[in-house]
Design a protein around this ligand. Structure first.
Ligand SMILES: Cc1cc2nc3c(=O)[nH]c(=O)nc-3n(C[C@H](O)[C@H](O)[C@H](O)COP(=O)(O)O)c2cc1C
Length: 363
Protein backbone atom coordinates (compact mmCIF):
# COMPACT_ATOMS: atom_id res chain seq x y z
CA UNK A 1 0.00 0.00 0.00
CA UNK A 2 1.43 3.42 -0.86
CA UNK A 3 1.25 6.19 1.74
CA UNK A 4 -2.39 6.93 2.21
CA UNK A 5 -4.02 7.43 -1.14
CA UNK A 6 -6.60 10.13 -0.54
CA UNK A 7 -8.65 9.85 -3.70
CA UNK A 8 -9.42 7.50 -6.59
CA UNK A 9 -6.73 9.08 -8.76
CA UNK A 10 -4.12 8.17 -6.12
CA UNK A 11 -5.32 4.55 -6.22
CA UNK A 12 -5.14 4.63 -10.02
CA UNK A 13 -1.50 5.80 -9.98
CA UNK A 14 -0.54 3.26 -7.32
CA UNK A 15 -2.20 0.43 -9.27
CA UNK A 16 -0.42 1.42 -12.44
CA UNK A 17 2.92 1.32 -10.63
CA UNK A 18 2.19 -2.05 -9.10
CA UNK A 19 0.77 -4.04 -12.02
CA UNK A 20 2.86 -5.33 -14.88
CA UNK A 21 2.41 -3.63 -18.21
CA UNK A 22 0.23 -6.27 -19.86
CA UNK A 23 -2.17 -6.64 -16.92
CA UNK A 24 -2.38 -2.86 -16.45
CA UNK A 25 -3.17 -2.44 -20.15
CA UNK A 26 -5.98 -5.00 -19.89
CA UNK A 27 -7.65 -3.28 -16.93
CA UNK A 28 -6.94 0.36 -17.75
CA UNK A 29 -7.44 0.20 -21.51
CA UNK A 30 -10.34 0.81 -23.85
CA UNK A 31 -11.16 0.24 -27.50
CA UNK A 32 -9.17 1.71 -30.41
CA UNK A 33 -8.22 5.36 -29.76
CA UNK A 34 -9.92 5.33 -26.36
CA UNK A 35 -12.07 8.33 -27.25
CA UNK A 36 -15.03 6.96 -25.28
CA UNK A 37 -12.82 5.83 -22.39
CA UNK A 38 -11.58 9.40 -21.91
CA UNK A 39 -14.93 11.00 -22.65
CA UNK A 40 -16.67 8.91 -19.96
CA UNK A 41 -14.69 10.78 -17.29
CA UNK A 42 -14.74 14.14 -19.08
CA UNK A 43 -18.49 14.10 -19.64
CA UNK A 44 -19.39 14.19 -15.93
CA UNK A 45 -17.25 17.35 -15.76
CA UNK A 46 -19.38 19.03 -18.40
CA UNK A 47 -22.09 19.42 -15.76
CA UNK A 48 -22.08 21.76 -12.79
CA UNK A 49 -23.95 21.37 -9.51
CA UNK A 50 -26.45 24.01 -8.31
CA UNK A 51 -26.16 23.87 -4.52
CA UNK A 52 -28.87 25.18 -2.17
CA UNK A 53 -27.97 26.84 1.13
CA UNK A 54 -29.60 27.49 4.52
CA UNK A 55 -31.55 24.28 4.34
CA UNK A 56 -31.34 23.66 8.10
CA UNK A 57 -29.86 20.15 7.93
CA UNK A 58 -27.31 18.70 10.30
CA UNK A 59 -27.36 15.07 9.19
CA UNK A 60 -26.84 13.50 5.82
CA UNK A 61 -27.34 9.90 4.83
CA UNK A 62 -26.19 8.14 1.67
CA UNK A 63 -28.44 5.12 2.23
CA UNK A 64 -30.91 4.36 -0.52
CA UNK A 65 -32.96 1.56 -2.04
CA UNK A 66 -32.01 -0.28 -5.20
CA UNK A 67 -34.47 -2.85 -6.58
CA UNK A 68 -36.44 -2.57 -3.35
CA UNK A 69 -33.66 -3.29 -0.88
CA UNK A 70 -31.43 -0.98 1.08
CA UNK A 71 -27.78 -0.26 0.28
CA UNK A 72 -25.46 2.01 2.24
CA UNK A 73 -24.96 4.16 -0.83
CA UNK A 74 -26.15 4.37 -4.45
CA UNK A 75 -22.70 3.25 -5.61
CA UNK A 76 -22.41 -0.43 -6.63
CA UNK A 77 -19.51 -2.51 -7.92
CA UNK A 78 -19.64 -3.16 -11.68
CA UNK A 79 -18.86 -6.58 -13.16
CA UNK A 80 -15.19 -6.77 -14.08
CA UNK A 81 -13.67 -9.96 -15.48
CA UNK A 82 -10.63 -11.88 -14.21
CA UNK A 83 -10.01 -10.14 -10.89
CA UNK A 84 -7.45 -12.76 -9.81
CA UNK A 85 -5.07 -11.10 -12.27
CA UNK A 86 -4.61 -8.27 -9.76
CA UNK A 87 -5.13 -9.96 -6.38
CA UNK A 88 -4.86 -13.51 -5.04
CA UNK A 89 -8.41 -13.43 -3.66
CA UNK A 90 -9.84 -11.77 -6.78
CA UNK A 91 -13.62 -11.56 -6.79
CA UNK A 92 -13.81 -12.92 -3.23
CA UNK A 93 -11.80 -9.92 -2.04
CA UNK A 94 -14.00 -7.61 -4.04
CA UNK A 95 -17.14 -9.16 -2.57
CA UNK A 96 -15.72 -8.69 0.93
CA UNK A 97 -15.06 -5.03 0.11
CA UNK A 98 -18.57 -4.48 -1.21
CA UNK A 99 -20.05 -6.17 1.86
CA UNK A 100 -17.91 -3.99 4.17
CA UNK A 101 -19.13 -0.93 2.29
CA UNK A 102 -22.74 -2.09 2.57
CA UNK A 103 -23.26 -2.29 -1.16
CA UNK A 104 -23.87 -4.78 -3.95
CA UNK A 105 -21.21 -6.38 -6.11
CA UNK A 106 -22.05 -7.63 -9.59
CA UNK A 107 -20.06 -10.79 -10.42
CA UNK A 108 -18.99 -11.19 -14.07
CA UNK A 109 -19.67 -14.34 -16.09
CA UNK A 110 -15.93 -14.08 -16.80
CA UNK A 111 -15.03 -14.19 -13.12
CA UNK A 112 -12.32 -16.41 -11.71
CA UNK A 113 -14.69 -17.50 -8.94
CA UNK A 114 -18.03 -19.14 -9.63
CA UNK A 115 -21.22 -17.89 -7.96
CA UNK A 116 -21.57 -20.75 -5.46
CA UNK A 117 -17.94 -20.35 -4.29
CA UNK A 118 -18.38 -16.62 -3.88
CA UNK A 119 -21.59 -17.00 -1.90
CA UNK A 120 -19.95 -19.58 0.39
CA UNK A 121 -16.83 -17.42 0.92
CA UNK A 122 -18.70 -14.16 1.59
CA UNK A 123 -22.08 -15.14 3.03
CA UNK A 124 -22.62 -11.61 4.34
CA UNK A 125 -22.29 -10.20 0.79
CA UNK A 126 -25.02 -9.10 -1.57
CA UNK A 127 -24.43 -10.08 -5.15
CA UNK A 128 -25.89 -9.66 -8.60
CA UNK A 129 -24.76 -11.83 -11.51
CA UNK A 130 -23.72 -10.41 -14.89
CA UNK A 131 -24.78 -12.76 -17.64
CA UNK A 132 -23.36 -13.34 -21.07
CA UNK A 133 -25.77 -15.54 -23.01
CA UNK A 134 -24.58 -18.70 -24.73
CA UNK A 135 -25.66 -20.31 -28.01
CA UNK A 136 -26.57 -23.36 -25.97
CA UNK A 137 -29.54 -22.35 -23.79
CA UNK A 138 -28.62 -25.13 -21.39
CA UNK A 139 -25.33 -23.38 -20.55
CA UNK A 140 -27.08 -20.05 -20.01
CA UNK A 141 -29.67 -21.74 -17.80
CA UNK A 142 -27.00 -23.54 -15.77
CA UNK A 143 -25.23 -20.22 -15.14
CA UNK A 144 -28.46 -18.51 -14.12
CA UNK A 145 -29.57 -21.35 -11.88
CA UNK A 146 -26.26 -21.43 -10.04
CA UNK A 147 -26.39 -17.68 -9.40
CA UNK A 148 -30.02 -17.67 -8.26
CA UNK A 149 -29.58 -20.82 -6.12
CA UNK A 150 -26.54 -19.15 -4.51
CA UNK A 151 -28.69 -16.21 -3.40
CA UNK A 152 -27.72 -13.68 -6.07
CA UNK A 153 -30.40 -11.01 -6.06
CA UNK A 154 -30.52 -9.92 -9.70
CA UNK A 155 -29.27 -10.81 -13.18
CA UNK A 156 -27.61 -8.19 -15.34
CA UNK A 157 -27.61 -9.16 -19.03
CA UNK A 158 -24.80 -7.44 -20.91
CA UNK A 159 -25.95 -6.41 -24.37
CA UNK A 160 -23.07 -4.37 -25.75
CA UNK A 161 -20.65 -7.18 -26.56
CA UNK A 162 -21.86 -9.29 -29.51
CA UNK A 163 -18.17 -9.16 -30.38
CA UNK A 164 -15.18 -8.12 -28.29
CA UNK A 165 -13.95 -4.55 -28.83
CA UNK A 166 -10.56 -3.88 -30.40
CA UNK A 167 -8.29 -3.41 -27.38
CA UNK A 168 -5.12 -2.01 -28.89
CA UNK A 169 -3.16 -1.90 -25.62
CA UNK A 170 -3.47 -5.69 -25.47
CA UNK A 171 -2.38 -5.99 -29.10
CA UNK A 172 0.72 -3.91 -28.39
CA UNK A 173 1.75 -5.66 -25.16
CA UNK A 174 0.75 -9.08 -26.50
CA UNK A 175 -1.29 -9.60 -23.32
CA UNK A 176 -3.25 -12.83 -23.12
CA UNK A 177 -5.25 -14.15 -20.17
CA UNK A 178 -2.97 -16.86 -18.67
CA UNK A 179 -4.18 -20.33 -19.74
CA UNK A 180 -4.54 -21.63 -16.20
CA UNK A 181 -6.96 -18.85 -15.26
CA UNK A 182 -10.20 -20.38 -16.45
CA UNK A 183 -13.76 -19.10 -16.44
CA UNK A 184 -14.97 -21.26 -13.60
CA UNK A 185 -18.69 -20.53 -13.90
CA UNK A 186 -18.67 -21.55 -17.56
CA UNK A 187 -16.51 -24.59 -16.84
CA UNK A 188 -19.12 -25.71 -14.30
CA UNK A 189 -22.03 -24.92 -16.63
CA UNK A 190 -20.40 -26.99 -19.36
CA UNK A 191 -19.61 -29.77 -16.93
CA UNK A 192 -15.98 -29.65 -18.11
CA UNK A 193 -13.18 -31.10 -16.00
CA UNK A 194 -10.55 -28.65 -17.27
CA UNK A 195 -10.17 -24.86 -17.25
CA UNK A 196 -12.13 -23.15 -20.04
CA UNK A 197 -10.15 -20.41 -21.79
CA UNK A 198 -11.42 -16.96 -22.69
CA UNK A 199 -11.25 -17.81 -26.41
CA UNK A 200 -13.33 -20.95 -25.92
CA UNK A 201 -15.83 -19.01 -23.82
CA UNK A 202 -16.27 -16.27 -26.43
CA UNK A 203 -16.74 -18.88 -29.15
CA UNK A 204 -19.64 -20.38 -27.20
CA UNK A 205 -21.42 -17.07 -26.58
CA UNK A 206 -24.45 -16.04 -28.62
CA UNK A 207 -23.75 -12.87 -30.64
CA UNK A 208 -27.26 -12.81 -32.14
CA UNK A 209 -29.36 -12.02 -29.07
CA UNK A 210 -32.51 -10.03 -29.70
CA UNK A 211 -35.37 -8.51 -27.72
CA UNK A 212 -37.33 -11.76 -27.64
CA UNK A 213 -34.37 -13.40 -25.86
CA UNK A 214 -34.50 -10.69 -23.20
CA UNK A 215 -38.22 -11.24 -22.81
CA UNK A 216 -37.77 -14.99 -22.38
CA UNK A 217 -35.01 -14.50 -19.80
CA UNK A 218 -36.97 -11.90 -17.88
CA UNK A 219 -40.20 -13.88 -17.80
CA UNK A 220 -38.47 -17.12 -16.74
CA UNK A 221 -36.40 -15.51 -13.99
CA UNK A 222 -37.35 -15.54 -10.33
CA UNK A 223 -35.14 -12.48 -9.72
CA UNK A 224 -35.11 -9.11 -11.54
CA UNK A 225 -33.31 -9.05 -14.90
CA UNK A 226 -31.58 -5.78 -15.82
CA UNK A 227 -30.17 -4.87 -19.23
CA UNK A 228 -26.63 -3.41 -19.28
CA UNK A 229 -25.10 -1.58 -22.20
CA UNK A 230 -27.94 0.73 -23.21
CA UNK A 231 -27.05 4.19 -24.57
CA UNK A 232 -30.16 5.35 -26.43
CA UNK A 233 -33.77 6.27 -25.68
CA UNK A 234 -34.90 3.74 -28.32
CA UNK A 235 -33.18 0.79 -26.68
CA UNK A 236 -34.17 1.91 -23.19
CA UNK A 237 -37.84 1.93 -24.21
CA UNK A 238 -37.49 -1.51 -25.85
CA UNK A 239 -35.77 -2.89 -22.75
CA UNK A 240 -38.67 -1.85 -20.53
CA UNK A 241 -41.24 -3.12 -23.05
CA UNK A 242 -39.49 -6.49 -23.15
CA UNK A 243 -39.48 -7.02 -19.42
CA UNK A 244 -36.23 -5.55 -18.11
CA UNK A 245 -36.52 -4.69 -14.43
CA UNK A 246 -33.88 -2.01 -14.85
CA UNK A 247 -31.57 -0.44 -17.39
CA UNK A 248 -27.84 0.11 -16.96
CA UNK A 249 -26.56 2.97 -19.10
CA UNK A 250 -23.09 1.75 -20.02
CA UNK A 251 -20.59 1.60 -22.85
CA UNK A 252 -18.58 -1.14 -21.11
CA UNK A 253 -16.12 1.40 -19.75
CA UNK A 254 -15.15 2.47 -23.29
CA UNK A 255 -13.95 -1.04 -24.16
CA UNK A 256 -16.41 -1.88 -26.94
CA UNK A 257 -17.49 0.72 -29.56
CA UNK A 258 -15.00 3.55 -29.58
CA UNK A 259 -16.58 6.96 -30.25
CA UNK A 260 -19.82 5.74 -28.64
CA UNK A 261 -21.52 8.37 -26.50
CA UNK A 262 -20.19 9.01 -23.02
CA UNK A 263 -22.60 7.62 -20.46
CA UNK A 264 -23.18 11.04 -18.86
CA UNK A 265 -24.34 12.27 -22.29
CA UNK A 266 -26.60 9.23 -22.83
CA UNK A 267 -28.16 9.24 -19.35
CA UNK A 268 -30.71 12.08 -19.81
CA UNK A 269 -32.36 10.54 -22.90
CA UNK A 270 -32.54 7.13 -21.22
CA UNK A 271 -34.08 8.60 -18.06
CA UNK A 272 -36.66 10.39 -20.18
CA UNK A 273 -37.53 7.27 -22.19
CA UNK A 274 -37.80 5.01 -19.13
CA UNK A 275 -39.96 7.64 -17.42
CA UNK A 276 -39.79 6.06 -13.99
CA UNK A 277 -41.07 2.63 -15.12
CA UNK A 278 -37.87 0.90 -13.92
CA UNK A 279 -34.71 2.02 -12.14
CA UNK A 280 -31.95 3.50 -14.31
CA UNK A 281 -28.36 2.80 -13.31
CA UNK A 282 -25.25 4.17 -15.00
CA UNK A 283 -21.55 3.35 -15.09
CA UNK A 284 -18.44 4.68 -16.81
CA UNK A 285 -15.99 7.31 -15.64
CA UNK A 286 -17.33 7.75 -12.09
CA UNK A 287 -14.22 8.79 -10.14
CA UNK A 288 -15.61 11.20 -7.51
CA UNK A 289 -18.59 11.49 -5.22
CA UNK A 290 -19.54 14.59 -7.21
CA UNK A 291 -19.68 12.48 -10.42
CA UNK A 292 -22.15 10.20 -8.63
CA UNK A 293 -24.10 13.24 -7.37
CA UNK A 294 -24.37 14.57 -10.93
CA UNK A 295 -25.58 11.17 -12.17
CA UNK A 296 -28.26 11.08 -9.46
CA UNK A 297 -29.30 14.65 -10.22
CA UNK A 298 -29.65 13.66 -13.90
CA UNK A 299 -32.09 10.95 -12.86
CA UNK A 300 -30.01 7.83 -12.20
CA UNK A 301 -31.08 5.69 -9.25
CA UNK A 302 -27.55 4.45 -8.66
CA UNK A 303 -24.13 4.29 -10.28
CA UNK A 304 -21.61 1.48 -10.61
CA UNK A 305 -17.83 1.70 -10.55
CA UNK A 306 -15.58 -0.71 -12.42
CA UNK A 307 -11.96 0.37 -12.52
CA UNK A 308 -11.89 2.42 -9.27
CA UNK A 309 -12.78 -0.62 -7.14
CA UNK A 310 -10.38 -2.75 -9.19
CA UNK A 311 -7.54 -0.27 -8.55
CA UNK A 312 -8.30 -0.50 -4.84
CA UNK A 313 -8.19 -4.30 -5.03
CA UNK A 314 -4.89 -4.21 -6.94
CA UNK A 315 -3.27 -1.82 -4.45
CA UNK A 316 -4.52 -3.21 -1.15
CA UNK A 317 -6.66 -6.32 -1.70
CA UNK A 318 -10.12 -6.37 -0.13
CA UNK A 319 -9.13 -3.55 2.26
CA UNK A 320 -7.97 -1.41 -0.64
CA UNK A 321 -11.21 -1.90 -2.57
CA UNK A 322 -13.22 -1.19 0.59
CA UNK A 323 -11.26 2.04 1.07
CA UNK A 324 -12.08 3.16 -2.47
CA UNK A 325 -15.77 2.45 -1.91
CA UNK A 326 -15.77 4.28 1.44
CA UNK A 327 -13.93 7.22 -0.14
CA UNK A 328 -16.59 7.51 -2.81
CA UNK A 329 -19.36 7.18 -0.21
CA UNK A 330 -17.90 9.92 1.96
CA UNK A 331 -17.36 12.18 -1.05
CA UNK A 332 -20.99 11.65 -2.05
CA UNK A 333 -22.13 12.41 1.51
CA UNK A 334 -20.15 15.66 1.42
CA UNK A 335 -21.64 16.54 -1.97
CA UNK A 336 -25.14 15.94 -0.56
CA UNK A 337 -24.40 18.16 2.42
CA UNK A 338 -23.00 20.96 0.28
CA UNK A 339 -25.90 20.70 -2.19
CA UNK A 340 -28.36 21.00 0.69
CA UNK A 341 -29.77 17.47 0.37
CA UNK A 342 -30.41 15.10 3.27
CA UNK A 343 -30.21 11.96 1.12
CA UNK A 344 -29.61 10.79 -2.47
CA UNK A 345 -33.34 11.07 -3.20
CA UNK A 346 -33.09 14.81 -2.59
CA UNK A 347 -30.95 15.35 -5.69
CA UNK A 348 -32.94 16.32 -8.78
CA UNK A 349 -32.78 18.14 -12.08
CA UNK A 350 -32.74 21.46 -10.22
CA UNK A 351 -29.30 20.59 -8.85
CA UNK A 352 -27.49 20.47 -12.22
CA UNK A 353 -26.90 22.57 -15.28
CA UNK A 354 -24.55 22.22 -18.22
CA UNK A 355 -21.14 23.76 -17.67
CA UNK A 356 -20.67 26.97 -19.63
CA UNK A 357 -18.49 26.40 -22.71
CA UNK A 358 -14.79 26.85 -21.93
CA UNK A 359 -13.59 30.32 -22.85
CA UNK A 360 -11.28 30.45 -25.85
CA UNK A 361 -8.49 33.01 -25.58
CA UNK A 362 -6.24 33.96 -28.41
CA UNK A 363 -2.72 35.16 -27.76
C1 LIG B 1 -11.05 -4.99 -17.22
C2 LIG B 1 -12.54 -4.86 -17.37
C3 LIG B 1 -13.30 -6.01 -17.51
C4 LIG B 1 -14.68 -5.91 -17.64
N1 LIG B 1 -15.42 -7.06 -17.72
C5 LIG B 1 -16.76 -6.97 -17.86
C6 LIG B 1 -17.55 -8.14 -17.92
O1 LIG B 1 -17.06 -9.25 -17.82
N2 LIG B 1 -18.88 -7.99 -18.10
C7 LIG B 1 -19.48 -6.76 -18.21
O2 LIG B 1 -20.69 -6.67 -18.38
N3 LIG B 1 -18.75 -5.63 -18.12
C8 LIG B 1 -17.42 -5.70 -17.96
N4 LIG B 1 -16.69 -4.56 -17.85
C9 LIG B 1 -17.37 -3.26 -17.89
C10 LIG B 1 -17.76 -2.80 -16.47
O3 LIG B 1 -18.81 -3.59 -15.97
C11 LIG B 1 -18.23 -1.35 -16.45
O4 LIG B 1 -19.23 -1.16 -17.43
C12 LIG B 1 -17.12 -0.34 -16.68
O5 LIG B 1 -15.91 -0.77 -16.11
C13 LIG B 1 -17.52 1.00 -16.07
O6 LIG B 1 -16.57 1.96 -16.33
P1 LIG B 1 -15.44 2.41 -15.25
O7 LIG B 1 -14.40 1.35 -15.28
O8 LIG B 1 -14.97 3.71 -15.82
O9 LIG B 1 -16.10 2.56 -13.91
C14 LIG B 1 -15.30 -4.64 -17.68
C15 LIG B 1 -14.52 -3.49 -17.50
C16 LIG B 1 -13.16 -3.59 -17.33
C17 LIG B 1 -12.36 -2.33 -17.13
Amino acid sequence: MIDDPINVADFERAAEEKLDEGVAGYFFGGACDEVTLGDNCAAWRRWRLRPRVLVGLEEWDTRTEVLGSEVAMPILVAPVAYQRLVDAEGEIGMARAAAAAGTVMCLSTLATTRPSELAAAVPEGRQWFQLYCFRDDGVTKALLDEAVDSGFEAIVVTADAPRGGRRERDLRTGFKIPEGLGVSSVQAALGSDRAVTIEETFALMDPALDWSDLEVLASASSVPVLLKGVLTAEDAALAVEHGAAGVVVSNHGGRQLDCAMATADALPEVVEAVAGRTPVLVDGGIRRGTDAAIALALGADAVLVGRPALWGLAVGGADGAARVLELLRSELELALALCGCASPAGLGAEHVRGAPPAAVYSA
